[in-house]
Design a protein around this ligand. Structure first.
Ligand SMILES: [Zn+2]
Length: 388
């Protein structure tokens, strides 16, 4: 009878421990991490918040993440795919529930193999993306194009670009306006400046948008004839979002816990591959004079100030496949101002530690169980000998 109850107690402890470790690592762990994050506050004087501390009607709460790299059918192990997608889905859904952003931007490289996936594999990747990043109508999801979605410049073609644009029902280069804030989305894969048909089309669109934004900034009497028929945008400099960062020599000046590793920071970036070319970067700055630039692609965090007046934030990868400590940006943006904060997700090493500790405890429990059972057996045998 005693043997029987020891077995049951051991089984209950085992199930409880395994269940607790699993529920904590796979569901609950995202809550304490994201609960520590909050929307940064714009000062009342700068038009950000009302006297009660709540955002005014003119403040947009935007969540910005990048480089989700959903694994395709060719590269990557099935378990890696399952694990990373589950982590990103739980992190995104928890963040949506706790922070309720009005708009979410994903800065490209949504898919790892969009550049070469077959139509069937592409549709499967898209279906999983929509499941992972599902959202209510209160939140707008805006997706930018990256080199892994349509290929590097030498790999991209109209078919891949239009396939991407069709899925997300929008052009890869456009302006999204929300509460008087202009968010400029740039297809940075097509800025090689070599006159390729897609490059020409994207540059033509950028020139048009630049003219329209400049016309919007002009007051009534200043407006030139060339502004006739231009789409009226709110009169404010745009927040520019793109996959490639603007040109910078390296990550040598990057600091912070999610900057590139010290041994990698001094590696020189290649123009048109790691970062945009100097020429394309200067053209974008001259055309749009953005008040803030947000970009992805490097998988690491960095803050850069271009020409002493144009700040750029490199947004790290959202996938644990690329980082131990993924994160996303919380941006409070009004027509006149903005402020940013970074929200770090749980570290992969924490999850591994919890599972390892649970495993070690189970092993100890098993050994203790064996010892107890052995002791009970000895008592039984002793009892039998006495009765004889
Ligand atoms: Zn990329």
């Amino acid at each position: 009878m005693l043997r029987f109850s020891v077995k049951w107690v051991s089984a209950v402890v085992l199930v409880f421990l395994v269940g607790a470790a699993f529920i904590f690592c796979e569901y609950l762990i995202y809550y304490p991490a994201i609960l520590k994050c909050a929307w940064p506050k714009l000062s009342h004087a700068r038009g950000g918040e009302g006297s009660d501390g709540r955002p005014t009607d003119s403040t947009v709460h935007a969540m910005v993440l990048s480089d989700t790299h959903l694994l395709g059918a060719v590269g990557g192990h099935w378990f890696d795919k399952l694990r990373r997608e589950w982590q990103m889905e739980r992190a995104f859904q928890t963040a949506l529930w706790l922070l309720r952003p009005e708009i979410v931007f994903i800065l490209g490289d949504i898919f790892d193999e969009g550049k070469w996936s077959s139509q069937k594999n592409w549709e499967d990747d898209v279906r999983r993306f929509h499941r992972m990043f599902r959202h209510t109508t209160d939140t707008e999801l805006v997706v930018l194009v990256g080199n892994h979605d349509i290929g590097f410049h030498y790999e991209m073609d109209w078919f891949k670009l239009q396939r991407f644009e069709k899925v997300f029902n929008a052009s890869s280069t456009r302006i999204v306006t929300k509460k008087g804030v202009n968010f400029l989305l740039v297809n940075s894969v097509a800025l090689h400046g070599d006159g390729c048909p897609i490059c020409q089309s994207v540059e033509k669109e950028l020139i048009k948008l630049s003219r329209e934004l400049n016309c919007s900034l002009q007051t009534g009497s200043e407006k030139t004839e060339s502004c006739d028929g231009a789409h009226p945008y709110p009169p404010t400099a745009p927040v520019m979002l793109q996959h490639y960062p603007l040109y910078r020599e390296s990550d040598a000046g990057c600091r912070g816990e999610d900057a590139a590793l010290p041994e990698e920071r001094h590696l020189l970036f290649r123009e048109k591959y790691d970062v945009l070319s100097k020429d394309a970067s200067q053209r974008l700055l001259q055309w749009f004079k953005p008040r803030l630039i947000l970009s992805g692609h490097t998988h690491s965090g960095c803050e850069v100030l271009h020409d002493n007046k144009y700040p750029e934030i490199s947004v790290p990868s959202f996938s644990w496949r690329n980082r131990n400590n993924p994160s996303f940006i919380l941006a409070s943006v009004s027509p006149r101002s903005y402020t940013l904060s970074k929200c770090f997700l749980p570290q992969e090493s924490t999850v591994i530690s919890v599972y390892s500790s649970a495993g070690a405890f189970l092993l100890l429990l098993f050994l203790a169980h064996c010892l107890v059972m052995k002791g009970l057996c000895s008592l039984c045998l002793l009892g039998k000998h006495k009765s004889m």
